[in-house]
Design a protein around this ligand. Sequence first.
Ligand code: PGA
Length: 267
Amino acid sequence: MNRDTSLRKGDSLELYTPHQPELIIVPTPEQVDQIAAQHVIEQVLGKQDLVLILPTGNTPIGMYDIIANAYAQGAVSFSKARIFNLDEYWPLPWGHPDSYFRYMQERFYTRTDIDSERYHIPHSHVNDPEFEAYLYETLLQKYGPADLAVVGIGPGLTCHIGFNEKGSAADSRTRLVELSEETIAENKKHFSRPEDMPRTALTMGIANILATKRVILLAKGEGKAAGIQRTLEGGIGADAPASFLRFHPNATFIMDRGATHLLSIKP
Ligand code: PGA
């Protein structure tokens, strides 16, 4: 396996010591949206030039709506913030309606004052994905470590974060990955033409996520319950990439009742 264990700017040996994540469990998915949005808004109000890592998917849709409303009411500005997306499909034509770039355009970029120079997402249409991964990693190193990463968790027992599927190492960085069959089956449903769904993607790595100062994982619904149980109560390892968040000294899991109903220890 190609493992690059060298420490980079912002990395800390402390990241490889287990910590108990903070667990916030609320009754409804709407409350997850509310608390997640509040965290993002408070952080950007506290530091205008916040560097943020953001997810796509179903889970954060409500969070983005609340943030967009807060912006519309003049309660927050992203004009000095910088945003990196966790991942993007590859290959897809530029601006494909089901690309994560389009998702972010529709849900966040065009609904706030973030400048187009200040948001970054791997390019889905490039010919050379390895070079694109290198460029994205270079940008992350230049502006990182990020202040805050918001991540979701993959379906079932994939326990992926970003597109770091099973087998992803704690020291993995931005790269081209093969999507698991479970991820493909789930995400295909969201494509207007399921046959367009690529089998590969560009994702930042586990080490990029662990290098951020604060990580928030969002999980909603019973479909996430087995993955959350594995992530929080199983061993820390590459068979459940989200479990690596337990190496982070400042990780918070914001979850609804559905996503936590299999946890044996309720905080
Ligand atoms: P979801 O995806 O929010 O659509 O459940 C999360 C993920 O795959 O990371």
